[in-house]
Design a protein around this ligand. Structure first.
Ligand code: PMP
Length: 419
């Protein structure tokens, strides 16, 4: 079998090479992964893991999904990349599909990017074009994560990410999470846009209420501001719906997507709803070489097709409810949040980073967005049996983490980073 790798190494050998050749912005990797199938992955030492993180809400259909894999391979063998002076059938078909799935009204449009950050960066520029001479304010929420390029970082709230890079693009104000009165007070005729995650993923899976989303729609409409929903983490079936914001029954001005959209292949999208929003960015005002390339858009089309035709949304609701109910029954768990297979749960002590390590030892991949919070965002094809395997192991993982914390008082957080 052809390989671009030189020789086979153990996990620890690879990690030694990693640390001398990679920038390490995510710290030391937990494992070196070499293969995946469905909700399972294997590391360089042959150990198997149940992947309950799915590349952080990315692997919608699990790893190496046969249909998605074959569509990517055949598209690559047919037409791999063209410049954006051209288009291709998959790009057009994917745009049409996304507009149909999001019930977009006439005049709605799509811009393709390569990541969630890039989709939000485009949305930031869209917002700047909303009466750019008069509207200087952009509103985002405390706890928000929208990415880490300079524009997206200006929207992201976390001070530790922002501080080293000031000055960031100006005009962004962060208001308290979920506070409808604070939102109404902040949105005024000087406001270009409001950016919201229907469920804040990086902040520990914190849902906004339907009432909040509706109030945001009312306030932005009244003020002439855009309502931009960042569904990068929550969209494409993650909550058992195409968009997490569906229940609010509102039409936003823009939605950003990425993560699960490509089923593991990098693709991001900004959807603008109706006019005049869809004409705010005009020819020459934005672009990217790889955005909307044939392979990425074919991967996304295949992913959407499989989600639609293989009962995936129903599975998310069923297995998600089962998993959430099971988590609620665990003694040390004080709160379970989320929808479908985007789940956060809190522990009664600051053992979450140690739990990530203990879970790896036990053969499970989980994530801790905070000292007492665990996030699960598994492949949407997770089975009840696989969920039960984790639920059965959880008390042991909690016990091991508590013991590890007691043994090493100063255990450093191993997995408290955002993706
Ligand atoms: N927005 C949200 C809500 C996210 O969760 C993330 C990733 N964690 C991003 C944007 C950034 O996406 P990406 O990492 O694909 O650039």
């Amino acid at each position: 079998k052809a390989s671009v790798m030189t020789g086979v190494s153990s996990g620890s050998d690879w990690l030694a090479r990693y640390s001398s050749s990679l920038m390490g912005v995510f710290g030391t990797p937990q494992r070196v992964l070499v293969r995946g199938a469905g909700a399972l992955v294997w590391d360089a030492d042959g150990k198997e893991y149940l992947d309950l993180l799915g590349g952080i809400a990315v692997n919608a259909l699990g790893h190496a999904h046969p249909f998605v894999t074959s569509v990517i391979a055949s598209q690559l063998a047919t037409l791999g990349h063209v410049s954006n002076f051209f288009t291709s059938p998959t790009q057009i078909a994917l745009a049409e599909k996304l507009l149909a799935l999001t019930n977009a009204p006439a005049g709605s449009k799509v811009f393709f990017a390569n990541s969630g950050t890039e989709a939000n960066e485009a949305a930031f520029k869209l917002a700047r074009r909303n009466s750019s001479d008069t509207r200087t304010k952009i509103i985002a929420l405390e706890g928000a994560f929208h990415g880490r390029t300079m524009g997206a970082l200006a929207l992201t709230a976390k001070e530790a990410y922002r501080a080293p890079f000031e000055p960031l693009p100006g005009g962004v104000v962060h208001i308290p999470f979920g506070d409808i009165e604070a939102l109404r007070a902040a949105v005024d005729e000087n406001t270009a846009a409001v950016f919201l995650e229907p469920i804040q993923g990086e902040a520990g899976v914190r849902p906004l209420s339907v009432e909040y989303l509706q109030a945001a729609r009312e306030a932005t409409t009244a003020a002439g501001a855009l309502l931009v929903l960042d569904e990068v983490q929550t969209g494409i079936g993650r909550t058992g719906k195409w968009l997490a914001s569906e229940d609010a029954g509102i039409v936003p001005d823009a939605v950003t997507l990425a993560k699960g959209l490509g089923g593991g292949f990098p693709v991001g999208a900004l959807i603008t709803f109706g006019e005049p929003t869809s004409s705010l960015l005009t020819a020459g005002q934005h672009g990217t070489t790889f955005g909307g390339n044939p392979v990425a858009t074919a991967a996304a089309l295949a992913t959407l097709h499989a989600i639609e035709n293989q009962g995936v949304l129903e599975n998310v609701l069923r297995v998600g409810a089962h998993l959430q109910a099971g988590l609620s029954d665990v003694d040390a768990v004080t709160e379970v949040r989320g929808e479908g297979l985007l789940i956060g749960f809190d522990l009664d002590a600051d053992i979450a980073p140690a739990m990530v390590t203990a879970a790896l030892d036990a053969g499970f991949i989980i994530n801790s967005p905070g000292p007492h919070t665990i996030r699960l965002a598994p492949p949407l094809i997770l089975t009840t049996e696989q969920a039960d395997r984790f639920l059965d192991a959880l008390p042991g993982i909690i016990k091991a983490a508590a013991a590890q914390n007691a043994a090493a008082q100063n255990a450093a957080p191993l997995n408290a980073k955002d993706a």
